[in-house]
Design a protein around this ligand. Structure first.
Ligand SMILES: Nc1ncnc2c1ncn2[C@@H]1O[C@H](COP(=O)(O)OP(=O)(O)OP(=O)(O)O)[C@@H](O)[C@H]1O
Length: 274
């Protein structure tokens, strides 16, 4: 042990530093993207394979190594867009920027819920088409990068302005996270679900698409009918009324049924006080 520490040269230190930098770069490229979850899974399998090798489970080690090798090829195919973007960033020398991503703080949730509720109901009455994606645990950086970054505080005016017909960003999806409208005019992957009602066009199909590959909750206002719908976990729920809308928003911002009841009451009190 003492010998191996003494044999540790500057070259080894450089070696370790380079590996650490590469891992940091990889995490930076994949942070807030779908690739991060897959990398985490792959990391667990690698650690497991090393452990099995250490304790001498040769058959399991062989199987896990096989999965790792096949997985690497699979990853390249699956994350071709992310890899391309990552390589472009390396080319531009932007990977090791210290700038932090996201991290906006939650403001007054009751106010946020009211603002979004007002915007959605107004757009529904006026039949203004809208597509709003609430980012949760699954990072949507790939989607955000397809649109225009706003990073502006949520307000009903902002939401309605973005979706106002013929405004520059009314086409595509708005991404919201915490108390911010992160981006607008974003392109979502379309679902190829065959069960979806033929009345529903690409706006709803796009909402369903993103809900299939992430844990996000999507609100849709139909331009044709004004009907409000929700897409979550690959399912569309149509004809969302004011009460259901409040429950959805409460769930997004406060996350529990108990809170839903209390916030519902708080909002009601506020409204009746006016
Ligand atoms: N892949 C996509 N990502 C984001 N937004 C999309 C995508 N595809 C279509 N949209 C949005 O949907 C709009 C077209 O909606 P379309 O009328 O085809 O769908 P719909 O489901 O019938 O909705 P509506 O009931 O509002 O008419 C586009 O103008 C665009 O704003």
């Amino acid at each position: 042990m003492k010998n191996s520490i003494l044999q540790f040269t500057w070259l080894d230190i450089l070696d370790v530093l380079l590996v650490a930098t590469l891992i940091y770069g990889l995490l930076k490229i994949t942070s807030h993207t779908r690739a991060m979850q897959v990398l985490k899974g792959l990391g667990i399998i690698i650690v497991l394979a090393q452990f099995c090798e250490l304790i001498g489970l040769s058959a399991v080690t062989w199987l896990l190594n096989y999965v790792i090798n096949a997985g690497a090829v699979f990853l390249v195919i699956l994350f071709q867009p992310e890899l391309r973007r990552g390589l472009e960033k390396i080319g531009r020398g932007k990977i090791f920027d210290i700038a932090q991503l996201g991290g906006s703080e939650n403001g007054d949730e009751v106010k946020l819920i009211e603002e979004i509720e007002r915007a959605v109901l107004n757009m529904s009455i006026r039949k203004i088409g809208a597509l709003m994606v609430f980012e949760r645990k699954t990072g949507l950086r790939d989607v955000i990068e397809s649109g225009t970054t706003l990073d502006a505080k949520i307000s009903s005016e902002l939401i309605e302005n973005v979706f106002f017909p013929n405004s520059p960003m009314h086409d595509g999806a708005m991404i919201l996270k915490n108390d911010k409208v992160v981006a607008a005019g974003c392109f979502l992957p379309l679902s190829d679900n065959k069960q979806i009602s033929s009345e529903l066009g690409t706006r709803h199909r796009a909402a369903l698409g993103i809900s299939e590959i992430s844990d996000s909750i999507v609100l849709i206002v139909s331009e044709e009918t004004g009907v409000i719908s929700k897409a979550h976990e690959g399912t569309i729920t149509r004809y969302i009324d004011r009460k259901a809308l409040r429950e959805i928003l409460t769930d997004i911002f406060l996350g529990s049924k108990e809170k839903s009841v209390s916030i519902g009451t708080r909002i009601k009190r506020k409204v009746t006080r006016k």
